[in-house]
Design a protein around this ligand. Sequence first.
Ligand code: AMP
Ligand code: ZN
Length: 122
Amino acid sequence: MECIFCKIINEEIPSYTIYEDDKVKAFLDIEPDVNGHTLIIPKKHYTDISDLDNETLTHIFDVARYLKSLMETKLQIDGLTLVQNNGDVQEVKHFHLHLKPHYQEEQVLLPVEDVYEKLKES
Ligand code: AMP
Ligand code: ZN
């Protein structure tokens, strides 16, 4: 099994996981464009939008909605862009939805572990 995201699901590779259930996992991108940059992936290996089933897609968007709310509370985000790459523009060939927060004020890019702590604190 060479897929890096399958290895994250199997916990062979560590991740800053901020949400998980039996169908999906959401973790912080290791090379964030912005504080809170997150990826949501299905636990089953799908390559891209061509083979992902609608039920899983709907669930991924339910989780995106939950994480938007979490980021509003914990990171004070002002907006959120969802991006999903396919084919030539997709680096990791395991379906993933990027969540990229926006902030009205310019932000210093924090270490991923600091963002993780903010999202996890109660
Ligand atoms: P894409 O171009 O849509 O395939 O983007 C793949 C994303 O996965 C990039 O933003 C990478 O920074 C991210 N990524 C790659 N390896 C890891 C990892 N081990 N943990 C978290 N994010 C990763
Ligand atoms: Zn995979």
